[in-house]
Write a protein that binds this ligand. Sequence first.
Ligand SMILES: [Zn+2]
Length: 82
Amino acid sequence: MLIEVWADTRRTGRCRSCGARIEWATAVSTGTAMPFDAPIVAESRRGLFVDERQVDAVDTLYSPSHFETCPQAPDWRRKGSR
Ligand SMILES: [Zn+2]
């Protein structure tokens, strides 16, 4: 699945639950920040701009959402994600 994200929202971080390296990006469709396993494998969609902002397409086959891969994922709902 391809998820389109705003390129200028991408930033690296660490999962607060398991300590894994992750990369945050805000999905264009939902406007919510999502954690992906780092580094993100993204197609830079050159020429694809929405409101003059660059859009990257993240392939979840190679960069799954960390919500799905985190071994501590069940904790996220309890503590909330940041
Ligand atoms: Zn984690």
